[in-house]
Design a protein around this ligand. Structure first.
Ligand code: ZN
Length: 374
């Protein structure tokens, strides 16, 4: 494989249905593993369920400098309710665009760093090296990445590049996500005798009002602004003629680096009071690297001719596996940079632009060269 084959590899990956749920990323992970192993990478597979397999491929890693890590996920979201004009699994191209579920988010990104790493492999064996972390189960809350972290499958990395779709524009971070479930309890009774019961929906409604009034007291972040809080769902009661004994509220908090998640949970619990039980459903830290970091500056330099301008510091709107991986890696400088089109992620008739995918390979090769060979 060489840089001419990135289109071919993206097409092969798109032809494997990895819609999550259920996932079934294994054939895709093994396909990439075989290519990487043949080029001298040490490949380890990490399964966490039926057909759910992530892949860690390493080459080099000698000397005092830590390796450079690329990461991407191989699962995709479902097709959605709207009919597709293009076959989502054929890998058809039209006018320089490759169509299919997962083209932009993010099989073209995985293909691009895989091709870049394969092309550079013969020069990397005696360098500080490169790690490719190719995950399953990202779309359902970074399951695969958390599994790798909990399994102790990851050594330290010196820098992390997340190849999520950014149209090749390097981003320096993204918000965190803290998903909470608030539960209130009551005592059921016949609807004609509410005085005999305790209404959990009334308690839940009070909790929702308090959540609506909640204001963050942390200083806003320079690039990300302030954190946000949204009540996503509110369920309570079983039927019209009973006093409900349980209500559940789901809360989606998007945090910025100035929010301490633990402290925030404590603050919310205090404001909601002892009648409300709080449970954490997902806890992903915000990811942010100061743009003046030398590696970030070097990535900006590499990408400037490719995006046609000197990049200015920006952050992505979505969260990524970096939130999970950085716990294992010891929080290295992190850039989100991939050839997919961010506005195509999760869309009907998703596509990626082939020219951008080819340019990403060139950019990634230069990023590897600068990290490993200079
Ligand atoms: Zn993605």
């Amino acid at each position: 494989m060489n840089s001419q084959n990135v289109v071919q590899l993206t097409t092969e990956l798109v032809r494997m249905n990895t819609i999550n749920p259920p996932g079934r990323e294994e054939p895709c992970a093994r396909y990439l593993g075989v290519l990487l192993e043949a080029a001298g990478f040490q490949v380890k597979y990490h399964g966490f369920g039926d057909g759910r397999v992530s892949l860690v491929a390493t080459i080099g890693s000698s000397g005092s400098k830590l390796p450079l890590c690329f990461t991407g996920h191989i699962d995709t979201v479902p097709l959605g309710a709207a009919p597709w004009r293009m076959d989502p699994f054929a890998g058809d191209t039209d006018a320089g665009l490759l169509y299919g579920r997962g083209t932009s988010d993010m099989k073209c990104g995985v293909a691009a760093f895989t091709i870049a790493a394969l092309g550079m492999a013969k020069h990397l064996a005696s360098t500080c090296g490169v790690i490719l972390v190719i995950t399953a189960g990202e779309e359902t809350g970074c399951e695969g990445a958390f599994h790798l972290y909990r399994d102790g499958a990851l050594d330290k990395a010196g820098a992390l590049l997340v190849a999520e779709p950014t149209s090749n524009y390097p981003f320096v971070g993204h918000k965190g996500a803290l998903w909470l479930k608030a539960t209130t309890r009551g005592v059921t009774a016949h609807g004609s005798m509410p005085e005999m019961g305790v209404n959990a929906v009334y308690k839940g409604a009070h909790a929702v009002s308090r959540l609506e009034r909640f204001r963050f007291s942390n200083p806003p972040h320079t690039l990300m602004g302030q954190a946000t809080l949204n009540v996503g769902t509110f369920h309570g009661g079983l039927n019209i003629n009973s006093v409900p004994d349980r209500a559940e509220i789901s809360v989606d908090v998007r945090t910025v680096p100035t929010v301490d998640h633990k402290a925030l949970i404590g603050l919310l619990a205090a404001q909601l009071g002892p009648e409300v039980e709080l449970e954490t459903l997902m806890d992903l830290a915000a990811v942010y690297t100061e743009p003046r970091n030398p590696w970030v500056q070097s990535v900006f330099e590499v990408m400037a001719p490719i995006v046609g301008e000197v990049p200015t510091p920006r952050v992505a709107t979505y969260f990524t596996d970096a939130a999970a991986l950085n716990r294992a890696f010891g929080d290295p400088p992190t850039v989100i940079l991939g050839p997919g089109e961010p506005q195509m992620a999760h869309q009907t008739d998703e596509y990626c632009a082939l020219e951008r995918v080819e340019k990403a390979v060139a950019g990634y090769e230069e990023i590897i060269r600068r990290w490993c060979l200079t």
